[in-house]
Ligand binder design. Structure first.
Ligand code: SAM
Length: 284
């Protein structure tokens, strides 16, 4: 008998992958958590039936959400990751010796525990002494923080369920307050392709633009995400994501990456015409 994991990308489009075996299935206080071994993509995490990451393509997401802000900020020492309980973003951040302190604010401790057990590829850095885990809602955590961080990475689920609050004007305004005067926020910014994702993307962009003087989006290709065409937001108090990036300095770090490079960094901020139009529609 064949076993398949299917995710509904829209009511008319489904994405399926053949499953070798289910490794974990549980329900936390916040969501259903599934880990399975797929034939094509290796181990997979799904939350409430939505694919979060696969062993085969997680490097794309975690490199692009980390190295773009880290290439732009000249001296990031203290970083906040909201969400990211699988540990992939923390793993990439720990490659920078300049970083002294990482706060990980993950609402669901079970995601961290399950990731440590079944996804060592992404969770490998979560016990590093530089990493401080806080198991609470990022929306609440950020309310009590001011002028604390150089970089905030919002590595969240989608704008419904526990992740809904991480796409609000209040949240973005509090992220602005929590950042130093030259701080940068990067966030999981949905996609321009399918209507529902595009609506969420435009709404997020409009709200971030209301809080940050510099607010851009950049694109990446994630084979297992709806349409594969995915966006991250780049919001900053001071630095432009391309003009102020010191690409030579980053290249001299000698970090080996599978997806990110400084040419791609520049190019990822160039948008297709239809996406530029979507962004303009909510900027005015
Ligand atoms: N990094 C993964 C990837 O490669 O796509 C996906 C993101 S990660 C699994 C999303 C995390 O955000 C989940 O662990 C979820 O529990 C967490 N999360 C959702 N809502 C949250 C909230 N309000 N505060 C903190 N963490 C939240």
């Amino acid at each position: 008998m064949e076993l398949w994991f299917t995710e509904e990308h829209t009511e008319n489009v489904r994405f399926s992958m053949k499953v070798d075996k289910q490794l974990y299935s549980g329900k936390s206080e916040f969501q259903r958590i599934d880990i399975f071994e797929s034939v094509e993509f290796g181990r997979v995490m799904a939350l409430d039936g939505y694919l979060m990451l696969t062993e085969k393509d997680e490097f794309i997401y975690h490199e692009m959400i980390t190295h773009v802000p880290m290439c732009v900020h000249p001296n990031a020492k203290k970083v906040l990751v909201i969400g990211g309980g699988d540990g992939g973003t923390v793993r990439e951040l720990l490659r920078y010796e300049s970083i002294e302190h990482i706060d990980l604010v993950e609402i669901d401790e079970e995601v961290v525990e399950v990731s440590k057990k079944y996804l060592p590829q992404t969770a490998c850095g979560l016990d590093n002494p530089k990493v401080h885990c806080h198991y609470e809602d990022g929306l609440r955590f950020i309310r009590r923080v001011e002028n604390e961080y150089d970089v905030i990475i919002v590595d969240s689920t989608d704008p419904f369920g526990p992740g809904e609050g991480l796409f609000t004007k209040e949240f973005y305004g509090n992220c602005y307050k929590a950042l130093h005067e030259d701080g940068i926020m990067v966030n999981q910014h949905e996609s321009p392709f399918y209507d529902e994702d595009a609506y969420a993307m435009q709404r997020a962009h409009k709200r971030i633009k209301q809080s940050f003087p510099i607010s851009k989006v950049y694109q990446l290709h994630i084979p297992t995400y709806p349409s594969g065409h995915w966006l991250f937001g780049f919001a900053s108090k001071k630095y432009h994501p391309v003009n102020d990036a010191d690409f030579d300095k980053w290249n001299k770090l000698g970090l080996k990456t599978k997806y990110y490079n400084t040419n791609l960094h520049k190019a990822s901020f160039a948008m297709p015409n239809y996406v530029e139009e979507m962004l303009r529609d909510v900027e005015s």
